[in-house]
Every structure is written in C-alpha cells, then in structure tokens.
Design a protein. Structure first.
Length: 166
C-alpha cells in the first residue's frame, strides 16, 4: 500500500485548499457578526490595536540609586548590599571595625536627621526558605511511601475471625 510521491503531493495540495476554504468561511462569518453587533477593534482586542502595534510590555520600576552606607577617606563607598568591596575587606583584615566606615557615624545627628524622613527599614522574616519547605515535603512524601510499602504484620479481619472461631 505504498503511495507515490505525486499522490501524496496532490493530497497535500487538496487539503491545503480545503483548509483555506474553511478559514475564509470562518472569517466571513466573524465579519458578519462584527457588523451585526457594531463591534470595534478596541472592544475585541483592547486599546493597543492598529497598524500592527503590539501591546507594550510593563516596565520595571526604576530603582532609586542606593545611598552609600559605608565609605572611607579615599572616596570609596559601598551601599551595604552584595559582596563587600575589596577596599573594605582589606581594611577589615587590617583590624578596623565595620562601624568605623559608617557614613555619618552611628550616633551623629546627621544620620538621625537623614533617617527622619525615611520609613523604618524592613526586618527580615524568620520564615523557612522555599528550599527548606520543598525538602520537608519530599521527606514527608518519602516517609509516607515507605510506610505504605513496609510489610508490617497487620491483623486482618478475616484472620482475626478465623482465630476467634478456633
């Protein structure tokens, strides 16, 4: 039942014509419904329609520039987020304290005045991380599966009934 290449190509061409005929019928039907109900492209597809315009992707909020929390006399600064810079690591290795590099000093009025207009810093929650929760779920599932598979000697109703009748 081998088909020749020409018969397969003819079948493909016939099916493509049939598909395009069905598509054109559907398009005509939709156009009639749109005209009947006086629908606009904006009602159907939203406001970003026309001339192939795509909907704009939502942009990320631009982050405010980080204020330096730590600085030295050489003009180096660090915002306190991420990996510590080399100049700070070297100074800490030399025996200096991290508090020595705080901008404005720990108890100075300039820090208190600068912090007066800012909201209080967020505190970290002590909730378990998603990784720990996922591991906990896996271990529970493994324990349940092991409990189902373990060949414990459970008394069956039929076995109990047999022993009671003896």
């Amino acid at each position: 039942m081998a088909k020749s290449l020409t018969s397969l190509l003819n079948q493909i061409e016939r099916l493509q014509k049939e598909a395009s005929l069905i598509q054109s019928e559907v398009i005509d039907r939709i156009r009639k419904e749109i005209a009947k109900y006086h629908l606009t492209p904006e009602q159907l597809f939203g406001a970003a329609v026309g001339n192939g315009a795509k909907r704009a992707k939502p942009t990320r909020k631009s982050s405010t520039p980080r204020v330096a929390k730590y600085a030295d006399q050489a003009g180096n600064s660090w915002g306190g987020v991420g990996k510590r810079p080399e100049w700070l690591r070297q100074a800490l290795a030399a025996g200096k304290a991290l508090e020595d590099f705080l901008v404005g000093g720990a108890g100075s009025p300039s820090v208190a005045a600068a912090d007066a207009g800012r909201p209080a810093p967020r505190t970290k929650r002590k909730a378990p991380s998603a990784v720990k929760r996922a591991v906990g779920r896996k271990t529970k599932a493994i324990k349940r599966a092991a409990a189902r598979k373990s060949p414990k000697a459970k008394p069956r109703a039929s076995a109990a009934a047999t022993s009671a009748s003896e």
